[in-house]
Design a protein around this ligand. Structure first.
Ligand SMILES: *Cc1c(COP(=O)(O)O)cnc(C)c1O
Length: 423
């Protein structure tokens, strides 16, 4: 059973307003922008001197989210032409890098003409294609090589992106060849290395040991280059985990930063270290609120059938976890007096996989009550298969959106109409 979380007042108020305005039972996302702002500010403030923080926008690329984080981060990490378009529309322009596997020539071209800072190159094939695009534009393009390092088993987290067979980056054994290929490419300039090896890292000590392992190899990696003095950047990726089941126990970001700062201070020629964080920046601000449509018991198990489901919030199904549930009864008195029993929370899809959380103990649940799933700001709606079964897309509500607030007035809550399905 997950512990309880309290909802911020402004989120509660936005949910109530939204509910009044919606005719049908509701399913919608609420993003607490002041909380997001505070998270960005706190993460930035904890960084050791000289260490940079980029936002990996694939975690949540809504304009209000990027605009809120932009003032607190040193730049954005992008992985597609679509993400380039979103970043370039940002109210506070930031430097940005293009990474990820399977870059199109058109994306490379687009990135160079729209001011990309650097590319994270994933393979020898990409080195050749990037050289051709840079040559066609007669420019010299800074690149970082993404490394798939060999890693000790005990440093592995739940989702490995490296140290094993993956489509990402260049195996350490082939790194010398890749460095030579970049050095030989007339229009490319090697400025550093990139490693994004783990996802869902829960433990700051282990993450520090992982960073230590990269830093120990840094002189060797750098020594492969024809001009090592020009190779100055080490991008250590993202991958800081969120504890979905015990929301009060979260990764000690400040502790990690402090240990990293101490470690860098011992190095003779430390690299310029950069993080590119997605989940840990964006997760905490999001809430998915759904209305109970039906209650039933089948073979002894209680089910709450709710508006929406995993086609709008795929995260718990993708992670295989039981998401924490906050119960907002229509009638709190009745709910307190009602029976407490375990409920499995499901959505409207005709598949047994449409499960958001299993066997959550709740008291006096009734049709018309709301359930709120917190920690929904990263990899929530945007990784979901929203058109499955032709349900309408959920609305996204940005609470405390100051972007269009006139001076002296309260920040507005901006609602974003669901996007038309992409055909
Ligand atoms: C997804 C991704 C990130 C961000 O990962 P989080 O776990 O969201 O912090 C950073 N870098 C690369 C290359 C990625 O693919």
């Amino acid at each position: 059973m997950a512990e309880s979380i309290t909802l911020p007042e402004r989120v509660l108020a936005a949910i109530a307003l939204h509910r009044q305005a919606s005719g049908d039972p509701m399913a919608a996302f609420f993003y607490d922008l002041p909380a997001l702002d505070a998270q960005g500010r706190a993460m930035q403030a904890a960084l050791p001197p000289g260490v940079e923080l980029y936002y990996a926008i694939k975690a949540n690329s809504e304009a209000a989210i990027i605009d809120t984080l932009a003032p607190h981060v040193d730049g954005l990490e992008l992985s597609s032409g679509g993400e380039i378009a979103r970043a370039c529309a940002c109210a506070t322009p930031r430097p940005w890098v293009l990474s990820g596997p399977g870059k199109l020539d058109a994306d490379m071209y687009d990135a160079m003409t729209r001011g990309v800072e650097a590319f994270h190159v994933e393979s020898l094939g990409e080195v050749a294609r990037l050289q051709a695009v840079a040559a066609s534009l007669e420019r010299v393009q800074p690149v970082l090589l993404r490394i798939n390092p060999a890693l000790p088993e005990d440093l592995s987290s739940r989702l490995r992106m490296a140290g094993t067979a993956t489509p990402f980056g260049i195996d350490e054994a082939q790194l010398a060849d890749a460095v030579r290929a970049v050095d030989d490419a007339a229009n490319l300039r090697l400025v550093g290395f990139h490693v994004h090896a783990m996802s869902h890292q829960a433990c700051e000590r282990r993450h520090q040991r992982l960073l230590d392992a990269y830093l120990a190899r840094w002189p060797r990696w750098r020594g492969l280059a024809r001009h090592p003095e020009a190779v100055t950047q080490l991008n250590v990726g993202g991958g800081i985990g969120v504890n979905y089941l015990r929301p009060s126990e979260q990764f000690d970001w400040a502790g990690l930063c402090e240990a990293l700062g101490q470690r860098l201070a011992t190095m003779r020629e430390p690299p310029r270290v950069r993080f590119e964080i997605g989940r840990f920046l964006a997760a905490f601000c999001g809430y998915y609120a759904i209305e109970v449509l039906d209650t039933k018991v089948s073979h002894g198990e209680g089910f709450l059938v709710c508006r929406g489901g995993t086609h709008q919030f795929r995260l718990p199904a993708a992670q295989g976890h039981d998401h924490p549930i906050i119960h907002l009864p229509r009638d709190p008195e009745r709910a307190r007096a009602g029976e407490r029993r375990p409920w499995t929370v499901v959505g409207q899809l005709c598949t047994p996989k449409d499960v958001l959380s299993r066997r959550q103990a709740l008291s006096g649940v009734a049709v018309g009550d709301l359930l709120v799933l917190p920690l929904a700001g990263a990899y929530g709606y945007n990784i979901s298969h929203a058109d499955f079964l032709c349900h309408p897309r959920p609305e996204q509500v940005f609470v405390g959106d100051s972007r269009n607030t006139r001076e002296g007035s309260e920040p507005e809550t901006r609602r974003r109409r669901p996007a038309e399905p992409v055909r």
